[in-house]
Design a protein around this ligand. Structure first.
Ligand SMILES: Cc1cc2nc3c(=O)[nH]c(=O)nc-3n(C[C@H](O)[C@H](O)[C@H](O)COP(=O)(O)OP(=O)(O)OC[C@H]3O[C@@H](n4cnc5c(N)ncnc54)[C@H](O)[C@@H]3O)c2cc1C
Length: 372
């Protein structure tokens, strides 16, 4: 019998496990480990706490706080498991894809610059400096967000996994959870390889979480949004900052002359693999403003499924006594994972719900603000 059993070893499940590790609890974490049928290993790694928001909301405030954890977390993971998650202070340029999107960039500037005076509309000269002379913004608006940084999401997810290993958290791999049954104060977690028991269970199954807690999530529509990504290599491109365009395409400069280009969005699509249509859209969007990328070499492509929830208010809640659900972090799960891990583990250890989580209930109610 476990003290806490976590279903799903994406960044959410693993962040909770990592935060619980010092408390002498017997923790298990189960995953079916099917490549492509998850999100965390596949993400772009942007820590876009400001990029993602144009008005105040509890998620925005949580994202800003979580963003602050990464510098220290990257040092901790390096010393704990020897893995560099490639935290880079690259900043981010929010760019109108076409001139008719200029008003969106201006509206976002008006909101963000009130809170953070470092956020500013870019002049051509600075745009050249940040993009290796590649970006021409004569007719389009560009907003510079100097503190929306990035990590390597694949390495971060692997580092969390290694951290569970060195901390002797039991990893139950290649095992699919089929159902959760409530007994007298104990949950039976039924899998394709036998049953496990625990008084506290965390469902952190990403875009598949609703299948395990259907009754509790019946009022919240959780769906998978498939995203495709390509990794390109281009000598001397000189891109220093992430570029995020209003059509949803982004370019994240990575090590060794590499650029990660993401991501398509197909709603209610749980399929695995990258389509030609997706690659064409990514390349056309990326080269629209950075034509030099036409000469780049494609190194890799992959897909993942983001957990999207209607009204985009993620769930971090206890849906029955001892049964916790963490899902719906959509495009910001990497960014939000450190603070979610900390808050949820605190709740489980103390049986006192952190007040900030009142905004993220399974009912989707908003107590302290408005959401996008
Ligand atoms: C292409 C792409 C780009 C993204 N870019 C960014 C970004 O730049 N910044 C950012 O912050 N976020 C980004 N995201 C979003 C982020 O990746 C997700 O929000 C986050 O990874 C969700 O984490 P999770 O732990 O909830 O889900 P997942 O990572 O999907 O983990 C859930 C786990 O549960 C397991 N599971 C599910 N059901 C069962 C079951 N029945 N039995 C056993 N195991 C089960 C799955 O195998 C999986 O490993 C991106 C996502 C994608 C796809």
């Amino acid at each position: 019998m476990f003290d806490v059993l976590i279903i799903g070893s994406g960044v959410m499940g693993m962040s909770v496990a990592r935060n619980l590790k010092h408390h002498k609890l017997n923790i298990g974490i189960i995953d079916r480990d099917i490549d492509g049928m998850h999100a965390s290993y596949k993400a772009g790694g942007m820590l876009g706490a400001q990029n993602e928001f144009s008005k105040d909301s509890p998620t925005y405030r949580l994202a800003l706080e979580s963003q602050q954890y990464f510098k220290q977390l990257s040092d901790q993971l390096l010393s704990e498991v020897g893995c560099d998650i490639e935290y880079k202070e690259t900043g981010l340029i929010k760019l109108a894809y076409k001139a008719q999107d200029n008003n969106k960039v201006i509206a976002q500037h008006n909101f963000l610059s009130r809170v953070n005076p470092d956020v500013r509309l870019l002049e051509q000269q600075e745009a050249h400096r940040l993009t290796g002379n590649n970006l021409n913004i004569e007719e389009i608006m560009a907003l510079y967000i100097p503190n929306d940084h990035q990590i390597n999401a694949n390495k971060y997810t692997k580092a969390l996994y290694q951290s569970l290993k060195v901390n002797n958290i039991e990893r139950i791999q290649h095992t699919e959870v089929l159902a959760i049954k409530k007994g007298k104060g104990i949950y039976k977690v039924m899998t394709n390889k036998g049953d496990y028991y625990a008084p506290k269970v965390v469902v952190a199954g990403g875009a598949w979480s609703h299948k395990l807690v259907q009754a509790q999530l019946k009022d919240r529509q959780l769906t998978g949004v498939k995203g495709e990504v390509i990794l390109m290599e281009q000598e001397g491109l000189g891109l220093q900052s992430t570029i995020f365009m209003t059509n949803g395409c982004y370019l994240v400069p990575k090590n060794k002359n590499r650029v990660l280009i993401g991501a398509t969005s197909y709603f209610d699509d749980y399929s695995v693999g990258v389509s030609q249509r997706g690659v064409d859209w990514l390349i056309n969007s990326a080269t629209h403003h950075i034509p030099k990328l036409k000469y780049a070499r494609k190194l890799k492509e992959w897909s993942g499924v983001r957990p999207h929830i209607a009204n985009e208010i993620p769930i971090m809640d206890e849906v029955d006594e001892g049964l916790f659900v963490i899902t719906g972090h959509y495009r910001n799960g990497i960014l939000l994972s450190p603070i979610v891990g900390e808050l949820m583990s605190k709740w489980m250890l103390t049986n006192i719900k952190p007040q900030i989580l009142n905004d993220f209930t399974v009912k989707g109610c908003v107590l302290n603000g408005s959401h996008d």
